[in-house]
Design a protein around this ligand. Structure first.
Ligand code: NAD
Length: 429
């Protein structure tokens, strides 16, 4: 059993803390957000993440997991400190490291003995050096800084943490690397130990590669529409090739969320800083930005003008099984439609509470049928499972005009036409 401090109780911090506690460690998570910690102490998860609530509660009741706003409480006697604070997009596309810097300083000021500090946040190459520098300025106690990027997906965070494809550990000190590897030993997964810089780059390269696949298939979708092919079938045919594989080849509204957009930008910014112009990354970002406009363009083709039209959005979160709205295509689409004079309504199974705060101009409904009632068109934005099982006859009946834009290609075009819909998918007309 080790004593672990986790800095930041967001999607990554909460998952890391709960899972490490579940593996038998004594974990204290610290966050500067007082309301969040209050909520957690009452066993209330501040985010939507399947399976996390049960795990959190189980470990809190067992006395292995606790939450605090006080760094000294979290760091007292700790062997490890995971930094899992946010690294949002900063100026010029570079990652904003102010939370990482602040966390490093607070850790240094509160640590009580030898400590391994682990960068779990996604941070630019060289950040372990920066954290070392900050910590050194504020303590004379011995420490090592190790890079251990996180690859979990929101919506599947617990299972991704517990069954990772790999754990990457970047360290200049082999003993520190081995100590971090020990924490993951019960998971029985491949562990790649490498230099700090390689570990930091592995995270960005992985996200940039996945984003590239998405932009690639979205480009193929645009070609497919022009040559009368179906991008879903094209992707299936490509994916059967083992050299290619089928993952991340779903044409749609482009990537969003708290990671891909900022990470691709940050990697491009790093490349530029080191004197290299990353042409492919720029193309990936450009295709992704244009992809949001595809829906608006399809609606305009079907409806003529958008002024005065009522458009319903099914789904708001950037992907299913999360309430995360960071860089969600839904919000950009809603803004674009409203700017053209349309009224926008929406329903999401998990993200409405958050959405109401950041997008009060959207009219929220209690379910998909409420969104469709009297609408001139409905756009499927997020492929939540419940939208796959709608009563489509009922949906069509309540709409003013039976137009559906399937932004994730989840419906069968032929069946939709048989049901009387004007159907437009992405890359399959
Ligand atoms: P988040 O915004 O959900 O959580 C960050 C938390 O850190 C917040 O609760 C915030 O209050 C807290 N915080 C900020 N400054 C602090 C400080 N000085 N001390 C203590 N707490 C502080 O962020 P997230 O989505 O969990 O992402 C965290 C990091 O992990 C980012 O670098 C992100 O890129 C990376 N990451 C995220 C995911 C994901 O799917 N969300 C996956 C892999 C990696």
């Amino acid at each position: 059993m080790s004593r672990v401090a986790v800095i930041g109780a967001g999607y990554v911090g909460l998952t890391t803390a709960s899972c490490l506690a579940d593996l038998g460690n004594e974990v204290v998570a610290v966050d500067i957000d007082v309301a969040r910690i209050k909520q957690l102490r009452r066993y209330r998860l501040p985010i939507y993440e399947p399976g996390l609530q049960e795990m959190l509660e189980r470990n809190m009741r067992a006395g292995r997991l606790s939450f605090t706003t006080c760094y000294s409480d979290a760091l007292a006697g700790a062997d490890y400190a995971f930094i899992a604070v946010a690294t949002p997009e900063g100026e010029g596309g570079e990652a904003d490291l102010s939370a990482v810097r602040a966390a490093a300083r607070s850790v240094a000021e509160s640590m009580t003995g030898q400590l391994i500090i682990i960068n779990k946040s996604t941070v630019p190459i060289g950040t372990a050096d920066l954290v070392s520098e900050v910590v050194r300025q504020h303590t004379s106690l011995p420490f090592e800084v190790v890079s251990n990027p996180e690859f979990l997906r929101e919506g599947a965070a617990v299972s991704d943490f517990m069954h990772p494809d790999r754990v990457v550990i970047g360290a200049s000190d082999p003993a520190a690397a081995a100590a971090v590897a020990r924490l993951y030993e019960p998971l029985d997964c491949p562990v790649l130990i490498t230099s700090v810089y390689s570990a930091e780059l592995i995270k960005y390269a992985s996200n940039a590669f996945l984003a590239t696949r998405i932009s690639f298939i979205n480009e193929i979708a645009r070609i497919a529409e022009r040559v009368d092919a179906d991008v879903r079938v094209v992707a299936e045919g490509m994916g059967l090739d083992r050299r290619i594989g089928s993952h991340f080849l779903d044409a749609g509204l482009g990537y969003g969320g708290s990671c891909f957009p900022k990470d691709v930008k940050a990697l491009a910014a790093t490349a530029e800083k080191f004197g290299y112009h990353p042409e492919l990354l720029h193309a990936v970002m450009e295709i992704n930005e244009d992809q949001r406009g595809v829906v608006v363009e399809k609606l305009r083709e079907c409806l003529g003008t958008l002024r005065g039209q009522v458009i319903g959005l099914l789904g708001l979160s950037f992907k299913p099984n999360t309430d995360d709205l960071r860089e969600a295509p839904s919000l950009e689409i809603a803004n674009a439609l409203q700017a053209k004079g349309a009224t926008v309504r929406a329903y999401d199974p998990a993200a409405m509470a958050r959405a109401k705060v950041i997008a009060p101009q959207i009219r929220y409904r209690r379910d998909a049928y409420g969104v469709a009632r009297g609408a001139d068109a409905v756009v499927l934005v997020t492929e939540w499972n419940e939208f796959r099982h709608l009563d489509l006859i009922k949906l069509r009946r309540v709409m003013r005009r039976p137009i559906i834009i399937d932004g994730r290609n989840i419906y069968d075009p032929q069946k939709m036409r048989e049901l009387g819909f004007v159907y437009r998918g992405i890359g399959r007309n």
